[in-house]
Design a protein around this ligand. Structure first.
Ligand code: C2E
Ligand code: CA
Ligand code: CA
Length: 734
């Protein structure tokens, strides 16, 4: 076969092939043609290494190998371009282990270059026998022809590889662009890109959704088309300033959508420079912060409003009041500060449950709101306390408001199957007449409110300087009383109660006495009431009961027949006691006093306050053997029902009736009636406040069983009482 023939044949076989496959065929063919033991094409990787692209030897293909060029005939090739060594090649290149291992004798090699003459590969053939000199020429020719083809293919592969790399690079860039586009598309934030002239060139889908405009509607426009116009020139000046000097700006905007509705956005704008540092574009990212703003507004609302009624809370009321007072002062007007406290709300809450209490408060709040004028400040201060501040020029307006408020409570509060009635007490102070700051106004109204409560509720009171004096006195008494109770400085004195039938002193009434080192003697009505209003009554009541019961035990050791003691108990004590265990039975037991010698004096107000509670607690005391007296009968809203339904043993005719019994016909008839009623109900009777012989004679004539009063004795100490008994009732002593 001539060279041409062999080349043609191989060209046919090769036309379909490329890359490794091409070289494999080429190497196989070459080794057959020149009778070489190994033929290979290697690619130059760098200056010191090459890698076979195809290695044919011993009738088979071998996997690619990488090898160092140093010390090999291939290294020399790079200088000479071609080389032919007929024999002893392994000896000439002792560093080439490959040649040694294969016992190579002959070597022929040629460099493969690209178009530009750069060496890109090597074509070699190895012979295990020396190359016959006469064949050198034909072998070289074949070699040259194959080298030509190999060069072209290797070059093609090189470019193919480069192209592949380039394509891959382009692909990566494209992917990045695609990702960037997806970021734009899927971003929840609205994105606007403008050119150097600040004309919109791009907006993403979120911005379209946010603004209601499409990209085509916005293209070419100034982004200010989105603005609400709420930002002034100064605002934009600051923005452009930042963009120019810092390269970015961020802040909040109010934008307007296509519909005309405003929406808040948090915006970051960045200036994008070109390669020369000139503005290429601006990118603005808008975050819709409507929900954040709503949450902020909600938080602000909750911090300033009462959750139940929606009225202002105390904190916000104070703040608004201070600002309002300032304005009222500037306008030289007056203001009324009105506080309301629902009467006996606690008992409704306790008996009906808190959820009904809440509904009631909501209804009350609504009625209060309906009474006030626009511009008035109203608040729920807490619990069942409300406040109103109203500016006025004419006092009639305030009077009308108060009367409206009281009227608003008159209709029953109806919900579900319930009909509840409750009233309110109202305290009023006037700015600037009574006080000039909110704190003092609060105090004044509170004092007035207290006054209104004390007059039985369902009414109002204006603050007066007297109230301030009273409040200050109240404050002082309260503080000193707390100390006095703690130090055990409260004394108990005893007023004899005489049975007119037997002529014996049958009982004493224990009456509290307190002489303070600064205030001097404080009347029991005063400090008892203060104790009731300041949470001290429970402690005080127990202290007095303990003293009285122990003193009674002591007194009775001197008498041949034991007498009893009446202990006054405040209704408030029962309320505070509520479900707790009463101490009285224990105290009696400890002192060795039979409970039937102890009579508890109560006024009707307890029954009025909480009939259910009263019924339960009085029955308990009754069961434990104590006696019950209804004190001050005839004052207050006496109700015959109380006498019938509650287990009283003794009825005490109030001293105010006894006082005038000799002069006032009406009082005489009243006392007569009360005494008859007591008799008919099987109750014992006591007339209090008997001071004169005339009064005594009359009550005795009317059938009163027992009397008590200065006619016999005021309340005295135990020692004085024993002396008194020794003088006036000696037969009762042992
Ligand atoms: P009260 O229970 O009606 O007590 C009778 C009051 O009448 C006592 O006044 C007594 O000193 C006074 N009194 C007695 N005889 C006469 C009289 O002939 N003429 C006049 N004008 N007054 C007479 P006191 O001791 O000042 O007590 C006033 C009120 O203070 C008592 O009225 C009672 O409601 C309350 N109080 C006194 N001690 C206690 C106590 O230990 N506990 C409670 N919860 N209240 C007490
Ligand atoms: Ca009494
Ligand atoms: Ca009384």
């Amino acid at each position: 076969m001539s060279i041409n023939e062999s080349v043609v044949v191989s060209a046919d076989e090769l036309s379909e092939l490329c890359g490794e496959g091409y070289f494999n065929v080429l190497m196989k063919k070459l080794s057959q043609l020149i009778d070489a033991d190994y033929t290979f094409v290697a690619r130059i990787l760098d200056s010191s290494t090459a890698e076979t692209v195809s290695l044919w030897g011993n009738g088979t293909l071998h996997p690619a190998i990488k090898y160092h060029l140093k010390g090999t005939p291939c290294e020399d090739l790079r200088c000479s371009g071609e080389s032919c060594i007929l024999y002893n090649v392994a000896e000439q290149y002792p560093a080439d282990q490959f040649l040694k291992d294969l016992s190579v004798e002959g070597y022929i090699g040629i460099t493969l270059s690209d178009e530009r003459g750069e060496v890109i590969g090597i074509l070699s053939a190895l012979f295990c026998k020396p190359i016959p000199r006469d064949q050198v020429e034909s072998i070289t020719r074949y070699f040259m022809s194959f080298a030509n083809r190999a060069s072209r293919e290797l070059e093609r592969i090189k470019y193919e590889r480069m192209l592949k790399n380039e394509i891959q690079g382009l692909q990566a860039t494209n992917d990045r662009l695609q990702i960037a586009q997806q970021v734009y598309d899927y971003s929840k934030d609205g994105i606007i890109v403008t050119n150097a002239d600040n004309e919109i060139v791009y907006v993403n889908a979120s911005l379209e959704a946010m603004s209601g405009y499409t990209l085509s509607e916005l293209e070419g426009q100034d982004p200010r088309v989105l603005s609400s116009g709420q930002q002034d020139r100064l605002f934009y000046k600051g923005l452009w300033n930042d963009l120019a000097y810092k390269g970015y700006w961020q802040g909040e905007f109010w934008n307007r959508n296509k519909e005309g509705e405003l929406y808040p956005v948090f915006t970051c704008i960045s200036r994008i420079p070109d390669e020369h540092g000139r503005v290429k574009s601006y990118v603005a990212i808008h975050r819709d912060i409507t929900s954040e703003k709503e949450a902020q507004a909600l938080i602000a609302y909750q911090a300033t409003h009462d959750a139940l009624t929606g009225m202002l809370n105390r904190y916000e009321f104070n703040g608004q009041l201070d600002r309002e007072l300032f304005k009222v002062r500037v306008r030289k007007n007056q203001g009324a500060f009105i506080t309301l406290d629902v009467d006996d709300f606690k008992s409704i809450n306790d008996t009906q449950g808190h959820s009904i209490g809440d509904v009631l408060l909501q209804m009350i709040a609504k009625r209060i709101k309906d009474c006030v004028r626009e511009g008035d400040i109203i608040a729920r201060l807490g619990g069942d306390e409300f406040a109103i501040f109203t500016e006025f020029t004419d006092m009639h307006i305030v009077e009308q408001l108060i009367s409206d408020l009281l009227d608003a409570f008159r209709p029953a509060f109806e919900f579900e199957a319930l009909r509840l009635r409750c009233n309110t007490s109202i305290g009023v102070s006037i700015f600037p007449q009574d006080a000039v700051d909110s704190h003092e106004l609060f105090k004044c109204s509170d004092q007035a409110l207290y006054e209104a409560k004390n007059s039985g509720g369902a009414t109002y009171a204006f603050f007066t300087p007297e109230l301030r004096v009273a409040a200050e006195r109240h404050q002082e008494v309260r503080l000193r009383l707390a100390d006095a109770i703690e130090q055990g400085l409260i004394e108990v004195k005893y007023q004899p109660i005489v049975n007119l039938v037997s002529g014996r002193m049958v009982r004493v009434e224990a009456l509290a006495r307190w002489t303070d080192e600064v205030l001097g003697p404080v009347r029991p009505d005063e400090f008892i009431e203060i104790a009731e209003h300041s949470g001290l009554i429970q402690l005080l009541g127990c202290q007095i009961a303990e003293i009285a019961i122990n003193d009674l035990a002591r007194i009775n050791t001197h008498l041949n027949q034991p007498i009893g003691v009446s202990i006054n108990r405040s209704p408030q004590e029962f309320v505070e006691l509520a479900d707790e265990y009463d101490v009285l039975p224990d105290l009696a037991k400890q002192a060795g006093v039979s409970p039937d010698l102890i009579s508890i004096e109560l006024t009707e107000s307890l029954m009025m306050k909480d009939p259910v509670l009263a019924q339960r607690q009085l029955s308990q005391l009754k069961e434990a053997g104590f006696k019950l007296s209804l004190d001050d009968f005839g004052t207050g809203y006496s109700s015959l029902a109380y006498l019938k339904n509650f287990p009283f043993d003794v009825l005490k005719v109030d001293r105010s009736f006894v006082n005038d019994i000799t002069e006032d016909e009406g009082d005489y008839v009243l006392v007569k009636t009360i005494l008859e009623m007591a008799k008919n109900l099987g109750m014992h009777s006591v007339a209090e406040g008997v001071e004169t012989e005339g009064q005594l004679a009359l009550v005795e004539q009317l059938g009163c069983e027992c009397v008590q009063g200065y006619f016999y004795s005021p309340a005295v100490s135990v020692e004085e009482l024993l002396e008194y008994i020794a003088e006036y009732f000696p037969s009762q002593l042992r």
